[in-house]
Design a protein around this ligand. Structure first.
Ligand code: AKG
Length: 280
């Protein structure tokens, strides 16, 4: 038995590369978080979607609260150990009936993490059913290593920033959907092959993808990245510390966020060209 996961859940993560559903908070708390997000979107006339969806834990105290939620961090500790940094965070919203989707990919592709040890907790702020376009995974694909991806910047409905898609033939005859209810989360391995289809339900589907790494993992980019120490100690110093937000969308918070996102995008671009020259 781990801190949060059962032995069977830990084994499932190791064998299949994912585990779900896991309880974090109540549906009422999920509604509170959703309200905070949508009030911000309405006040600023913007949606926290592609282009505006990176690292909001540096801007909003309510996202910071989720990043540190004991149920989530305990489950993460069960699969990557006690010294944990948050490497990245993306918001994944799909409006009711819109065409947004996510193509088949592996998260590791442009992260440049060495060793490639990273787990994403996908936390649902709304029910993410099969109809609403929850994630779909290829069980066991985290053991295939890094697969070839191609970019498609014209795929405007693809929520991935570079429209990257796996190009090798995939056996998708045995996929599994990962539906989760508001307040629940799933965990998936950085090399797990996954996608998600459009939201055909009558409500918006919103999830937060929290990417955690053990502190020994480093990024191979020349750009030095930021990451938040969430639990334990860091004896390695591979990242600059990200401070926790004190107020929502304050001036200091916006400056920290802009710097962290700029560095993340620069690293991503470096990894993209390195990846392209390595695989061609
Ligand atoms: O939210 C989605 O539909 C996809 C999320 C995803 O690809 C991820 O968290 O890695």
């Amino acid at each position: 038995m781990g801190k949060k996961l059962t032995e069977a859940q830990i084994e499932r993560y190791q064998r299949d590369g994912f585990v779900y559903p896991i309880d974090a908070f109540t549906a009422e708390e999920a509604r509170r978080y959703r309200r905070a997000m949508e009030e911000f979107e309405a006040a600023h006339g913007t949606e926290l979607t592609r282009g505006h969806n990176f690292k909001p834990h540096l801007l909003f105290t309510w996202v910071d609260e989720i990043v540190h939620h004991p149920a989530i961090v305990d489950a993460v500790e069960d699969v990557i150990g006690p010294d944990i940094r948050l490497f990245h965070l993306s918001v994944w919203p799909k409006n009711a009936g819109d065409a947004a989707y996510v193509s088949w990919h592996q998260d590791a592709t442009y992260f440049g993490l060495e060793p490639p040890v990273e787990v994403t907790a996908w936390v649902a702020l709304t029910d993410a059913s099969i109809e609403a376009g929850c994630m779909e995974v290829v069980p066991g694909s985290h053991t295939l290593g890094q697969l070839h991806h191609a970019e498609n910047s014209e795929a405007t409905h693809n929520l991935l920033s570079r429209g990257q898609t796996i190009t090798v033939d995939l056996d998708t005859s045995r996929t599994e959907f990962m539906p989760v209810r508001a307040g629940q989360f799933s965990l998936h391995h950085t090399l797990l092959v996954h996608n998600s289809r459009p939201n055909l339900s009558a409500d918006r589907r919103i999830g937060l993808g929290l990417s955690y790494i053990p502190t020994n993992v480093h990024c191979t980019s020349r750009t030095r990245l930021t990451a938040m120490l969430v639990r334990g100690t860091d004896r390695y110093g591979h990242f600059d510390d990200e401070p926790r937000p004190r107020v929502d969308f304050g001036a200091a918070e916006r400056a920290v966020h802009a710097d962290a996102v700029a560095r993340f995008r620069a690293s991503n671009a470096e990894q993209t060209s390195r990846y392209a020259s390595a695989v061609r």
